[in-house]
Design a protein around this ligand. Structure first.
Ligand code: 5AD
Ligand code: SF4
Length: 466
């Protein structure tokens, strides 16, 4: 999914850009001064791409919307499951002919980190391979490419620095993403992230808050703090601000009306986060808390660092808040050794928690992960069967949960406009998608009250109350 940016750089940065004079330096290189950036994967990847675009723009490159128009084609990849990783090589095959036209092709992100220089073997037309932990070296790497170096790599993960840029070109006009912690120090046995993104590195709180202030000044009212384990945040500065304090401090910034955060790890989910949500309406009442399995035996094999009961204690703490908090999760079915009764435990967990929404996946063996070598693989058809059962159950839960909201009113940040006249969409603070009708002319980017008149498993239907 390629997302063209629809904002002026000046508006986003609040400052003039030196892109124009530098653009002239590249004029003789014709298309060499242009880039096309395609992104797959999670929000962290989306946001990395925004920062990569910022680095390139600051160097005088211009972003274009097709690979045909670009001198530099960058592909930011995902390797969390096998299907995503396979896509990369078929796409690189398509780009082969482009290299013959003199274009530079680069692979970024998790597949770059995972496959490393092997990518040059499989696709010799690729000239840049750079994992996310090395993005801070991108300017040097670009200089090497511009100097004509054929194969340039950035594959270190042993850095204790985070990737900060002067300019980030944000492509979501309504919500600004902000990485506060990179990498992951957990060691879930199925997960390639600790390998592809390296160890955990938190950004200093003053630098994060400076960026939130800039975002507020630029007109963003919603910020989303990102991290693979966002609540494991450990301020490296002498201020040693706790994660919950950071949420509250971000909410105090002028112009900011909503502070979101994702993804939370259950083991690091502490009471003060719930208290921050209770005490400050601007901290969104939504927690994404992946459980992965309802069976303590499977959780142990996954190295998830909590039992079913410990997880349920966290849920009870969140559900006990003075303000209702939406809870969503991730679940993997068919982990090696998952018996029918383990799977039943996952289903019973759904009944107990009654999540507002969930993402579910069939287990996918990944390179460099401990579970790759585990016996007792579950056949693909059985994984598919379990996935379908899980999704059916969750659909029922969501249908009844959402139906209970009919008659309520919520504030919605309007982020979408349907082609159909008078139809709009947006998210509530609890991250429910609302499709609603309004007679107003222009609502994008504004906050409106929506009364819920109907519900589907995945969205609310409503009308604008003026
Ligand atoms: N197979 C299937 N799902 C996975 N996830 C991570 N690694 C794997 C894997 N190897 C899922 C987890 C995680 C989400 C982002 O992706 O549920 O929370
Ligand atoms: Fe992967 Fe586990 Fe880290 Fe999440 S917490 S990124 S699942 S290793």
């Amino acid at each position: 999914m390629n997302k063209p940016f629809d904002f002026e750089l000046e508006r986003l940065t609040g400052q003039g850009t030196d892109a124009a004079p530098r653009q002239r330096d590249f004029a003789h290189l014709s298309m060499r001064g242009t880039f096309f950036l395609e992104t797959f994967g999670c929000q962290m990847n989306d946001h990395d791409s925004e920062k990569v675009a910022g680095v390139l723009l600051a160097r005088g490159y211009r972003q274009v919307e097709t690979p045909e128009a670009a001198g530099l084609i960058l592909y930011n990849t995902c390797s969390i499951r096998e299907k995503a990783a396979q896509k990369v090589f078929s796409r690189l095959g398509e780009y082969r002919a482009k290299q013959a036209e003199g274009k530079i092709i680069g692979v970024l992100g998790c597949v770059a980190q995972q496959e490393g220089e092997d990518i040059f073997e499989r696709a010799p037309w690729v000239r840049l391979v750079c994992g996310s932990a090395s993005y801070r070296k991108l300017p040097e790497m670009l200089a090497q490419l511009e100097a004509g170096n054929h194969h340039v790599t950035g594959l270190d993960t042993d850095t204790d620095e985070t990737f900060e840029t002067e300019i980030t070109r944000r492509d979501n006009p309504f919500r600004a993403y902000l990485t506060i912690i990179e990498g992951c120090d957990k060691a879930c046995s199925y997960c390639v992230v600790p390998y592809t993104r390296g160890p955990e590195r938190s950004r200093a709180s003053d630098s994060i808050l400076r960026e939130v202030r800039q975002l507020g000044e630029l007109g963003y009212s919603e910020v989303q703090l990102l991290g693979q384990t966002v609540n494991s945040y450990a301020d490296p500065s002498p201020r040693t601000m706790r994660f919950a304090e950071l949420l509250l401090a971000a909410a105090e910034v002028p112009g900011i009306r909503r502070v979101r955060f994702t993804t939370s790890h259950p083991s690091d989910f502490t009471k003060d986060i719930v208290e921050a949500i209770e005490s400050q309406p601007k901290v969104c009442e939504h927690v994404h808390l992946p459980v992965q399995s309802g069976s303590t035996k499977v959780l142990r094999a996954m190295q998830r660092t909590y039992t079913r009961d410990e997880y349920l204690e966290k849920i009870a703490m969140i559900r006990g808040a003075k303000r209702p908090i939406a809870i969503t999760t991730d679940i993997i079915v068919g982990f090696p050794g998952e018996t029918p009764s383990d799977f039943e435990e996952t289903l019973s967990l759904l009944d107990e928690v009654r999540y507002d929404s969930l993402f579910s996946f069939k287990y996918s063996p990944r390179p460099h992960t401990p579970s790759l070598k585990m016996d007792d693989a579950i056949p693909e058809e059985e994984k598919s069967r379990r996935l379908a059962i899980l999704q059916d159950k969750q659909r029922e839960i969501q249908t009844s949960r959402n139906a209970r909201l009919i008659g309520e009113s919520y504030e919605v940040l309007v982020s979408g406009k349907s082609r159909r006249e008078g139809q709009w969409s947006g998210y509530t603070s609890s991250y429910r998608l609302a499709n609603f009708t309004s007679h107003a002319n222009e609502l994008l980017g504004t906050y409106v009250q929506v009364r819920v008149t109907g519900a589907t498993p995945n969205s609310l239907v409503g009308e604008h109350v003026v």
